[in-house]
Structure formats: structure tokens, C-alpha cells
Design a protein around this ligand. Structure first.
Ligand code: NAP
Length: 505
């Protein structure tokens, strides 16, 4: 499978031997090796070595045998002597056997072949400050490979993992190091490029052996782990939360289509200044990677500005940045939300001289107001919070009224920029009563999940042209893609990736 030396290890976490056999066959097309988790098998005889030999017979990939103690994430209680005797014996025919450092002494009683051992250490609660001490302790134990797995409670925890991998590489020691949890995903994707012996992937949803494990398919086809090297351009989304963002799917699909040496990652982080200091600013960052750009989302779009070196005109005009480009060590802020919001609208209607109603005036609403005014539209804003009226009037010179007064407005284009109707928030509700949409020409909802919100369904029934927020999502991402890569974005493909992601949420 490999284009470079990166190895993807499919975890086999089936409960029956027959299902494990099928999964092992399936792994051959998406992975470079397998890890068979014996502690998941409920019909396995832990005292019969022949059953294990038979199970491995059909594997075309190198195999790691693991029978984890419950104290380190094992699925079922197996007597330590029984499982360690089995693992020691398996070192005579399996490629590798993974055993916890805490049980190493006990394992020695059964005379394992240490040249086939992976000695591992797990922390399921966090990433300890003394990772070097753990590394010193476990690398003292003879083995083919050592393994340290922690939990990332935020993306900064992954820095300790990368430092450890740098150290192991300098010492030429094979090491598997990664951080579990959603915030640890970057260690799973970039780990092999930093020298990790392998990275783990599942064979499907619900088959994870550890939190935050992506599927082999995602590692191969979305993140293209086999393609990533230390020269790969890193991009990603910075915000909180970002775990369900459609942006990684859109950008990575587009990078793959154009065969660009780029990858896009989720960076979930609440402390913006610390993130910029530790990951972004070339003079202070603690990770040696080639960062090319960032998408910036809630809640950082305004606060990011003082951390940048330069702003483009739209970012300056809106006072918000959703895109950072890193070029020659300088950080430049852009706002692609404005054009991203306007392009789908301009495809269905001229804007100059048109009367437009904007409901809500938060971050996205301000981008819409800016874009409409720039294009010569007449803008009325409708908010629930009259206190914000003077601020908006000062910034944009627009009229602000209550949402209830929308019904009496003559606007032909109505744009919802509130989150009302969003899945997991207020799905099925609309920011305005259906009667307020009667007689309008165009209704545009910035909410993109679900694709057809109650607001859009009402508008469609009232005969309006409707536009889903997915169109803005794709358009603003396509503009970001162009800024980072100087290449023409494959928009239809990006839309397809966004649609798949939205449908899966
Ligand atoms: P935001 O900054 O929090 O602004 C939300 C706005 O909606 C505020 O004006 C808020 O009013 C108003 N609002 C919230 N709940 C309301 C309610 N129950 N009734 C009336 N008004 C309400 O959020 P944002 O970043 O602008 O995002 C807004 C929506 O746009 C989200 O659903 C987001 O997913 C979507 N969006 C889509 C795209 C895309 O690409 N399609 C891009 C950006 C945003 P107050 O000021 O009174 O709180």
C-alpha cells in the first residue's frame, strides 16, 4: 500500500473467530499490517496456540497479536499467566506481540522472543508531563518496538508526542507514539511522517479499540497518510468545537483530486493565543512542520486579528478573519465568508439596488451585510436584540428592526443568519413565521445542516427560490483552497464531500 514508509495498522476487534477471519481478509485492501485483539474474542481458547496459528494463516499482512490487560484497556478479564504464556509463545510465529510494560517481568517467565515484542504503556486520562521519563523506563526493556499512548485533552497535548517521536528518531529507536481522543487525531495522521512505527485505523464505525481512532479508509483516502512527509503543507481548522466540521472532508478531497502535497486537519483549541504561540508563529512554534494556512471558526474569528501580521481589505472591513495564509513566515488574514456568502446569491439574482432583509447580525450576519452593501443592495437588518442596533448602524449605516417587523418589509431577498433550525440546536424551527416569507423572491439560509431547514421548506412552499447554507460553506472553502494552493478548486467534488459529511452527521 505504502507510497512512503508510513504503515497503517488495522485493528481487528471482532467478538468471534469467524468475524475476525473476515476482518483480517478485509484489512488486506486498506492496511499495511493488522493488530488482532484477542481480548475482544469471546469464543477464543486462550490456552490453545493452534487456534491462534489457524487464525493468522490467512493473513497476507504482518500481524501484531495483542491480548490487553483490562487495566490497560483490555475488553475481557483473562488470567495474566494464561495471556502472557500465550503471547510469549506467539512471539515464535507472529510478526509482533504487544505486551504492557507493567507485565514485562512476568512475561519473561515464559521466555518470549524479545525481537518480536512491542512493549507498550497507556495513559487513558491525559498526557503526563514526564513522557521522557516513561520513555526512559520502557525503552530499558528489550523489545523490537516501544509504544507510548496517552490521551490528548486538547490539541497541545499532541506536541509532547511529536517531541517524543523526534527523540526516538534521533536515537534510531522504533517507537509507536500517539494520543487518543479527538484532539489527538493529528498524532495519528502526522505520526508516521514524524517517524512513528505505525498508526492504527479501524475497519468501520463502532470497531474502534481506542477513543479517536479514525478508520483505515479515512487514513488512506481522506488524510492520505501514505503521501504525508515532513515537507507536506499543513492546513487545518482552528476552533471549538471542530470535530464535526465538513472542512477536512472538503479540503482533503480537493487536495487528493489535484494530487497536491497538502493535508487538512482539525485543530480543536480554545486558547487562541497559546495555539498561535505553540503551533503557528514560526519563531515560537514547538512543532517542526510546514504550516501553510488555517481556517478560523467560532469563537475565534474576531480575536484572531491581533495575532496576525496583515489583513486583506475584506477582513479589515468586516473586522473578522476566517482564513489565515502563512507565507514567508508572515501571517495574513482574509475573510472568504463575504464572497462565499455572496456567490450563491449572485447566481440566482442581481444584488445592486435590491432590497434585502438580513435576520440576525452575528459573525456570519455581519459578513452578509458587508457583502450586500459592497454590491449596492439596500439592506434592512432584523434582530431579536434591539440593543445591538446602534452598533450595527454605526458600523454599516443600516436600519435595524425587530424580527416581528419583517412581515411588513418590502424585501425581495430574505437571508437567515441566525442558527435557528440547525440540527442539534433547534431543528424544525424557523427564525420567522411562514407568513413573513409570502411574496418574497429569494430565501437564503446560512444553516447547512439540515440541507432544507424549516425556513427553506416554508419559503419553497411560498414559491421562493431557495438557497441552502451548504452553498456558502462550499464557496468560502473553495476560496480558502485557492488562497493556500493557488490552484483552481474542484468545487463539485468539494460539494460532494460536504454533502456526504452533512448526511453522516
Ligand atoms: P453568531 O455570531 O453567534 O451569531 C448568531 C446570530 O443569531 C446573533 O445575531 C444572534 O442574536 C442571533 N440569534 C441566535 N439565536 C437566536 C434566536 N433564537 N432568535 C433570534 N436571533 C437569534 O453565529 P454565526 O457565526 O453568525 O453563525 C450563525 C449561523 O450561520 C450558524 O448556524 C452557522 O452555522 C451559520 N454559518 C454558516 C456558514 C456557511 O458557510 N454556511 C458560515 C458561517 C456561519 P444575538 O446577537 O441577540 O445573540
Amino acid at each position: 500500500m505504502s507510497e512512503n514508509s508510513a504503515r497503517i495498522c488495522a485493528v481487528i476487534t471482532e467478538e468471534t473467530i469467524d468475524a475476525a477471519r473476515a476482518a483480517i481478509k478485509q484489512a488486506a485492501s486498506v492496511a499495511d499490517l493488522i493488530e488482532v485483539r484477542l481480548d475482544y474474542l469471546t469464543d477464543f481458547d486462550f490456552t490453545d496456540l493452534n487456534v491462534l496459528r489457524d487464525l493468522l494463516k490467512d493473513s497476507s499482512l504482518p500481524a501484531i497479536i495483542t491480548c490487553r490487560a483490562v487495566s490497560e484497556g483490555g475488553r475481557q478479564e483473562v488470567d495474566d499467566d494464561v495471556r502472557l504464556r500465550l503471547l510469549a509463545a506467539a512471539t515464535r510465529f507472529a510478526d509482533y506481540c504487544d505486551v504492557e510494560a507493567a507485565h514485562y517481568e512476568q512475561l519473561l517467565r515464559f521466555s518470549p522472543d524479545s525481537s518480536r515484542l512491542i512493549v507498550s504503556c497507556h495513559d487513558f486520562s491525559g498526557t503526563p508531563a514526564d513522557l521522557d521519563a516513561i520513555y526512559d523506563r520502557i525503552t530499558f526493556l528489550p523489545a523490537a518496538v516501544h509504544k507510548i499512548v496517552t490521551r490528548a485533552n486538547n490539541v497541545a497535548d499532541s506536541l509532547a508526542i511529536f517531541k517524543l517521536l523526534e527523540r526516538a528518531r534521533a536515537e534510531q529507536r522504533p517507537l509507536i507514539a500517539l494520543a487518543m481522543g479527538e484532539a489527538g487525531l493529528i498524532t495519528r495522521v502526522l505520526g508516521p511522517a514524524f517517524g512513528s512505527f505505525l498508526t492504527y485505523g479501524t475497519l468501520g464505525r463502532g470497531k474502534e479499540s481506542a477513543p479517536g481512532q479514525p478508520s483505515c479508509d479515512e487514513l488512506v483516502n481522506i488524510y492520505r497518510v501514505h503521501r504525508i512527509s515532513r515537507a507536506t503543507s499543513i492546513t487545518g481548522i482552528l476552533g471549538s468545537p471542530v470535530a464535526h466540521s465538513a472542512s477536512p472532508a472538503m479540503h482533503n478531497r480537493a487536495f487528493a483530486e489535484l494530487d497536491l502535497d497538502f493535508v487538512y486537519l482539525p485543530f480543536e483549541f480554545a486558547d487562541l493565543a497559546a495555539f498561535f504561540r505553540r503551533f503557528v508563529r514560526p519563531e515560537t512554534r514547538e512543532i517542526d512542520f510546514h504550516l501553510s494556512g488555517l481556517s478560523v471558526t467560532i469563537p475565534h474569528k474576531r480575536d484572531v486579528i491581533p495575532l496576525l501580521d496583515e489583513l486583506d481589505e475584506t477582513a479589515r472591513g468586516t473586522g473578522a478573519v476566517n482564513t489565515v495564509v502563512v507565507t514567508d513566515g508572515r501571517l495574513i488574514g482574509y475573510n472568504t465568508d463575504v464572497r462565499g456568502a455572496m456567490e450563491p446569491l449572485e447566481k440566482v439574482t442581481p444584488l445592486a439596488g435590491e432590497s434585502c432583509a438580513v435576520i440576525g447580525a452575528g459573525g456570519a450576519g455581519r459578513a452578509v451585510i458587508h457583502g450586500l452593501l459592497e454590491r449596492g443592495a439596500r439592506v434592512q437588518v432584523f434582530t431579536r436584540n434591539a440593543d445591538k442596533a446602534s452598533e450595527l448602524t454605526d458600523s454599516f449605516g443600516v436600519n435595524v428592526s425587530t424580527i416581528e417587523s419583517l412581515e411588513s418589509s418590502n424585501a425581495q431577498i430574505v437571508i437567515n443568519t441566525t442558527p435557528i433550525g440547525m440540527r442539534g440546536h433547534s431543528e424544525g424551527s424557523s427564525a420567522v413565521p411562514r407568513a413573513s416569507l409570502r411574496g418574497r423572491r429569494v430565501a437564503y439560509d446560512l444553516v447547512y445542516n439540515p440541507l432544507e431547514t424549516r425556513f427553506l421548506a416554508d419559503a419553497r412552499e411560498e414559491g421562493c427560490i431557495t438557497i441552502s447554507g451548504l452553498e456558502m460553506l462550499v464557496a468560502q472553502a473553495a476560496l480558502q483552497f485557492e488562497l493556500w494552493t493557488n490552484s483552481k478548486p474542484p468545487i463539485d467534488l468539494m460539494r460532494g464531500a460536504a454533502l456526504e459529511k452533512v448526511a453522516s452527521c
